[in-house]
Every structure is written in C-alpha cells, then in structure tokens.
Design a protein around this ligand. Structure first.
Ligand code: SF4
Length: 696
C-alpha cells in the first residue's frame, strides 16, 4: 500500500527494447519494488527482468569512486583476484581521474590525430549517446565511434536504409492487433522480448496465424500455425523459395508493386532460380510447407514480419533482411494498419543511440558523414570545421586496428567488448595492447579489468534522460535514487572529459542536449523535452498534439521517386561450415533471466537464483551419442578456443547444434565465435560456427 513506500518514480525498464514503462517504489532511498504502468508498449505488463531485476543497482560491487591503475599493477588481463577485484587499481579524486583520462587521450590525439576510438552505449540515454559521438568526432577529428548495434541489428538497418529509406521499424509491434498473419523469424520473443511476446500470444489466441521460422524451437511454437525449424544459415534459400511461389502462383500485389516499388522485374527474374523443390533440401523445410506459408502470407488481409538476431547475425545478415523486405513489398504488406517490418531491437536504447549518431558512418538521424551538405550543417551547429568526411571503423574493425597499431587509445562507456565481441581472446588481447583505456561503467566489468582509468557512472534508475524503444517511442527516464558514493551521471562525465580535451561545452542538464539534438534531427520534430515529461511520443510526430505515427510509408518512401527497392539476394554459405574436425554447429544468444554479458542480471538476486550456472543446450539424443550426462560439464571447442560448460538437455535444439548463451564469464561463449563480418552491415557471424563437443 502507499504507506509502504516513500515515493514512486515513473520511468522505463532498463533492459530490453520493448521499453516497458514502470514505477519504482522507493523506500529509505532504495528501490523496494517495481510495478508496471500503462505505457504505450506494455499497458502495465512487465516480465521477470523488469519486475525483479532492479536490485543490481544496490549490489556491493558497484563502482563508487574513480580508480586509476596502479603503477606496479601486473600486465593487463582478466585474471584479477576474485576476493579482491580492485587490487590493481587505486582510488582517485574525480579531478585527478578526469585529468588523467583526458591527458592520456589528448597525448595520443596530438601525437597522431587518429589514435583514440570510442564505444558508446545503448544502455545510456539519447542525450548521452549524442554527447559521446560528438566528443569522439569533435574531440578527435574522426568517426571511429560505434556501439553494440554493430553486434545486433546493423545488417537489418543497412537493408532497411537501402531499400525503404529509413532504419526504424515501419510499424510498432502492437500493430499485430490489427494483423491476421504474422511471421516471426530468427527471434525468440518469449525469452528476449517477453512483453512483446504476450501481444503475439494474444494475437494467436484471437485466431491470428503466427508463422515461426527458427532453427531452434521456442516458446511461441505452441501458439503458432506454422513452425519452420529450418537449417541454420539457410534463411535466403527458404525466403527466396517462398517468394518464388508467390511469383509462380501470381499471388503478388500488382498494384502496390507498380505504385510503390522499383526493380521488380529483376527480382522476379532472380527468383526463378529458387524453386521450392530445390531449396527444400537445402533449408530442410518440405515443399508443401513452403508453398503453404507463401499462400498464407500473400493471402493475408494484413501481415507483419518480425525478426531478431537469428536473421541479422550472419555474414549474410543484410541479405536475410533484404529478403524479408522484398517479401513485404511484393505482397503489399507495408504502410497499412496491421502490416509492416519490425526488427525487434535488443537494448533499451539501441534505437535511440543509433538515431543519435553513435555509429561510424552516420551523424544523427542517419545523415551520412560523406555528404558535404550534412557535414556543413553539423559544423555550423557544433561551431567549426570539425567533421571528417571518412567513415569510421566499426566495433570489430576497431579491435583489428588496435592489433595493427592504428588505434592506441579507447574511451569505452557502458560496453563490455571483452565479453561481447566475437573471438573474445582476440578482443581481450587488443584491450590489453591499448596504451590508454578509459572505461566508464557501473561495475568492474571484464573490460574494465583492462582499463588505465575507471570512471564510476550511474545505472539507468539513477539518471535523467530520454530513450527510444523498438517501436520508435521516445520516453522519459527519471532517477529513482541517487548514484552510490561518488558515482556520476554519464552525461556529466562525458562533458567533463570534453572540457579537458579543449572543447567548449557548457551543458548543465540533459534537456539542453536534447534541444541541440532537435536542431539536426528531423525525427524529433514536434517532440520537446517538456512534452516528454508528460507523455511518450512515437516519432515521427506530425504536430505538437500528434502522439506520433505507428505506421510509416503509407504514401511512399523517402527514396528516389518515393519508391522502395527490391534487392535480390543470393545464397551464401556460412563463413565456417562443419567438417570432420569440428562437426557441429555453434549458435549463441540470450536467456530469459540474463541480460547480454550478465554484468547486471548476474548481480540481480532473483534472476541469478533462477539461472545461476553457465549452461549450454543440446538435444538429448546428441548428448547420449556423445556420452554426456545432462548436468555434467562438457567441453566446447572451435578454431578460436575452448570453454567448459554445464550440459542441458533441450529438444528445441536440433541434433547437429549447440546453443551457448553469452552471459557467463566463466564459460564465455564469445571465446568460440567467428569474427567474420557481413560485408555491408559489418556484423559478425555470432549465429554460426563449426564446433566440437566432448565430455570432460
Ligand atoms: Fe523490461 Fe523488456 Fe521485460 Fe519490458 S519486456 S519488462 S522492457 S525486459
């Protein structure tokens, strides 16, 4: 009851891109519990992470003082004493730590001009993401700034920008209420977007046809009308076969294609090479099912397509998304209520951080750094001839550039590449090689172990700022409690560093940053800080009263002649296929209870209690064949390295595959993963590598 808490603070969940609104109940300056409230994406619902995953912010491991690496610390590495994790660092004042951080970076900058790169965070606010990319671009004169979108939906965004002219979703996921058919491919919403999954289940309960396409079984399977458990890595073959049927049986929307698209004839011609009779063997789905799915989706009154990282994290991730876009375009399932394309975003603010320009090739609102007009507009706002015309390096490329001695320093805010980058040993060696590493975070993460200076920052429930969820809904985050000890809000730390790098920054509140963002970001037209204090707004908003547009592209596309494009895609084999030495397929991902690299959820008591041990899933038949008991420790090896991890039996995983979550440092999945990149989206192939598994 209202007497059992001192105050309530309305904010947004700190975990996934669904962006559920919630209310923190604060008692004695601590969050006592959390309730869901009526936000546009959750209507008071919360999942287990949103409801029970908040206590990480009060964990004793929180960083509360700035830290500087001791002069006598041994070589940088992960092997700190678990009983005394801070042993290689000494406490410092903010003044000393900020001076030390800035001096190291400016020394590298003034020495060479290009030797400091930045990873910002999709867990920070829009304003913090904007400031971070501005600091790298303005402070160092290059575009070597990126964040974890490169590891999740970079390929989806590349395909959307190329073919429909916008990187966001074309329809909110709640629009499924108005659909009669929906495809969910390469996504596991019951684990990774649980509140969105409740809408999908309700849709199925009302009679909507839910078509699931995934190499792994999943929770939505029992709500589905079709479950296509296709062979991993064969997305293009399967989708092209479905589109082949749509062409062959003339199920496409002639009027829509003629009015709103280009390159149709080439697409039609291309698809003749993908008959389901041939593709069926490749993708492992029988011809009748491929035909039935084609007829069901093309015949829908209103159809939507949702996808996740099962689509995007391949060397052909951009091609996978191109196919999904083509499928929507040829059936006219876009631009109307209950239709559209929706890549389900991962982090709570990965949409907003990308919109804010935390990517090496685009300034805010996906405006190209290579465009002279764009650069001069930003130069005018930022004051000076500042912005480099060359695209910067992406996440994995930055690690390679460190090994090649092209980058010598980094500023990493809220990212954990020692755990999240593919071929983690390669990434860790790169971090160890840096001359100067500044890490800003809330915990001594695996990455912070390699730092020269650590700046203690604020968790999401401790800060003020806006975030943008997977639905393009911009919402206000509010501080429920103060950061612990001397920890500070991230925007404040970035501003202090910028000043010490010689930049003339005078922001004293995130609202000032938001006002500056509006000068260059059309997506924020009609959205003001004051408005966001009162309500969530979906961009684009057409007037100060318009709550925003859930559906995009009703009247055409922001492309030449207003037309979307069909881009044909060919079948590409995964970068590393199983062979005699490594006969199985490794795939990686998340679990319901643990968030990404586990730094928050493994310190959240209820979540850690529910899923306390590193575990990997295999089919029970495969475990039997390999002589591995469920619950025992097995060894998983690839050409990059090996881990020991507990075996879990799971019939959802196909017999030639192992699924390893990437949240566990003691069995780090990314020791194993393949760093080969999609050539367009520059996303690594986390979803496919050759591996072998044995009993220990
Ligand atoms: Fe938080 Fe996502 Fe769960 Fe909503 S669905 S409560 S945003 S983790």
């Amino acid at each position: 009851d209202s007497k059992s808490f001192d105050r309530e603070v309305k904010s947004v969940c700190s975990y996934c891109g669904v962006g559920c609104q919630l209310s923190f109940k604060v008692k004695d300056e601590k969050i006592a519990w959390v309730d869901g409230i009526d936000g546009p994406s959750n209507e008071s619902r919360l999942c287990v992470k949103g409801r029970f995953g908040f206590d990480y912010i009060a964990h004793p491991h929180r960083l509360t003082k700035p830290l500087i690496r001791r002069d006598d610390a041994p070589a940088k590495g992960l092997n700190v004493d678990p009983a005394n994790p801070f042993t290689h660092f000494r406490e410092a004042s903010w003044e000393e730590a900020l001076d030390f951080a800035a001096k190291g970076m400016s020394r590298l900058r003034d020495d060479t001009g290009k030797r400091v790169a930045g990873f910002g965070s999709a867990k920070c606010s829009n304003e913090e993401a904007y400031l971070f990319q501005k600091l790298i671009r303005q402070g160092f004169g290059h575009n070597n700034v990126d964040h974890c979108t490169r590891l999740c939906h970079a390929s989806s965004v590349a395909a959307l920008l190329e073919n429909v002219g916008g990187g966001g979703v074309t329809a909110t996921f709640n629009e499924i209420e108005n659909a009669d058919v929906a495809i969910v491919i390469g996504a596991n919403p019951t684990e990774n977007h649980p509140v969105a999954a409740t809408y999908f289940k309700q849709f199925a309960k009302r009679g909507g046809k839910l078509i699931i396409m995934d190499p792994r079984g999943q929770g939505l399977k029992r709500h589905s009308s079709h479950m296509l458990q296709f062979r991993p890595g064969t997305d293009v073959a399967m989708l092209n076969a479905i589109m082949h049927v749509i062409v062959e049986e003339e199920l496409y929307d002639k009027q829509y294609i003629a009015g709103f698209t280009e390159n149709w004839e080439a697409m039609k011609e291309h698809l003749t090479g993908f008959p389901p009779s041939k593709m069926s063997e490749l993708c492992g789905i029988d011809e009748a099912t491929l035909r039935d799915v084609a007829r069901t989706f093309a015949g829908a009154r209103a159809g939507m397509i949702f996808w996740g990282m099962g689509v995007s994290q391949h060397i052909h991730g951009t091609d996978n998304s191109r196919c999904l876009i083509s499928l929507a375009l040829m059936t006219g399932q876009i631009g109307r209520s209950g239709t559209g394309l929706h890549p389900l975003r991962g982090q709570n603010n990965v949409q907003g951080a990308s919109d804010a320009g935390l990517i090496p090739m685009f300034l805010p609102d996906y405006q190209s750094v290579a465009d002279d007009g764009v650069r001069s507009a930003f130069n005018e706002i930022w004051g000076g001839d500042i912005i480099d015309r060359e695209k910067g390096l992406t996440v994995v490329e930055i690690m390679d550039a460190i090994h090649a001695d092209e980058i010598r320093g980094m500023y990493i805010l809220g990212e954990n590449p020692a755990m999240s980058d593919p071929d983690a040993d390669h990434a860790r060696d790169a971090l160890a090689k840096l001359e100067h590493l500044v890490v800003q975070d809330i915990f001594l993460t695996e990455t912070a172990n390699y730092a020269d200076v650590i700046l203690p920052s604020s968790a999401w429930p401790e800060k003020t700022g806006t975030v943008t969820n997977t639905n393009r809904q911009v919402q206000m985050g509010r501080p429920a409690v103060a950061p612990p000890g001397e920890a500070k809000e991230d925007w404040w730390i970035t501003v202090e560093l910028a000043r010490r790098l010689g930049l003339d920054w005078s922001y004293t509140h995130p609202s000032q940053v938001f006002a500056e963002m509006k000068l260059s970001m059309k997506s924020f037209d009609n959205i003001t800080w004051e408005r966001l204090e009162k309500e969530a707004v979906t961009y684009p908003s057409l007037s100060p009263e318009d709550p925003g547009q859930p559906i995009l592209f009703a009247d055409g596309y922001p492309r030449p002649d207003g037309r979307a494009r069909f881009t044909p895609a060919n079948v590409t084999a995964p970068a590393e296929v199983p062979d005699e030495q490594y006969p199985m397929i490794l795939t990686t991902g998340r679990q319901l209870e643990h968030w990404h690299t586990g730094s928050m959820t493994r310190r959240a008591a209820v979540l850690d209690w529910a899923e306390p041990e590193a575990n990997a899933s295999m089919h029970p038949k495969t475990l039997r064949r390999l002589g591995i008991e469920p619950g025992s420790i097995m060894k998983v090896e690839t050409r990059r390295g090996a881990i020991n991890i507990m075996a879990r039996a799971d019939r959802a995983v196909s017999e030639d595959m192992i699924f390893v979550p990437f949240a566990y440092v003691e069995a780090s999945a990314n020791i194993l993963t393949n760093p080969k990149l999609d050539p367009v989206g520059k996303i690594p192939e986390f979803k496919f590598a050759a591996c072998r598994v044995s009993a220990t």
